[in-house]
Design a binder for this molecule. Sequence first.
Ligand code: SAM
Length: 199
Amino acid sequence: MVSSNYMLIKEIREYASLNKIPIMQNEGIDFLTTFIIKHQIKTVLEIGTAIGYSAIMMCLCSPNLKVISIERDEKRYLEALKNIKKFNLEDRITLIFNDALNVRIDDKVDLVFIDAAKAQNIKFFELFERNLNDEGYIITDNMYFHGLVKKDEKTITSRNLRGIVRKIKDYITFLKNNEDYTTTIYEVGDGIAVSEKNK
Ligand code: SAM
């Protein structure tokens, strides 16, 4: 990465940390960018832009990659627009400001990357799998939800967190039982699921 980009990425990471904005962990972003290069991914639909960090990192790893990314939080969306401009990536990253559940897209992509409200993963999967090319992949982040998915549920005191953990477990079951895809969950970062469309 050229040094000016490195400094800008560092600033985005610091902004995220200061403002408590969840962005992908280093291990997760390394996995995602390596995956993109290895599988020659050219187009990505991302659910959950936050401030544009992962969309920018994906574009920096592959010179012709194009990303469409959806974010429902206005402040984050505006910050993402600013960040994308700093990297001159306006022609490669298209941002949509809306709740993803209200968005319908015509484009076909090689990769759908789900990184939004964890309790809605099944809905996102079902809604956006129609956008996948025949040999496409769906990647989902935070399958372990900060380690909580592997814990005994009774030890999770917050009802809200227990609810999210249950929904992620339902999502894991949904992926395992989905005959149209083969899913592997990797022990990387916060747990990353890769679902490959069966041929
Ligand atoms: N992918 C980003 C990165 O690594 O730089 C991080 C995304 S952050 C984990 C999740 C984002 O998804 C939040 O900014 C949240 O506002 C957004 N989000 C959650 N549910 C959403 C929905 N239904 N539609 C659009 N955005 C959503």
